[in-house]
Design a protein. Structure first.
Length: 58
């Protein structure tokens, strides 16, 4: 195996691994940067509770 092929395969394997690591860091950095906005968006239905009907039993 030539030196060029070794470098090629190392680069081919290291590229997707590092891209995955960078992607995870981007995602977690975004989540840590906008916690209030993300929680408001995630809980937008939790703030509205419909009261039970008067005829409902407890």
């Amino acid at each position: 195996m030539t030196f060029r092929k070794i470098i090629f395969w190392v680069h081919l394997i290291a590229g997707p691994i590092s891209a995955f690591a960078v992607g995870i860091r981007c995602f977690t950095g975004t989540v840590l940067s906008f916690p209030q906005k993300l929680s408001v968006h995630a809980e937008h239905n939790a703030h509205f509770v419909t009261p039970p009907a008067p005829s409902a039993s407890a």
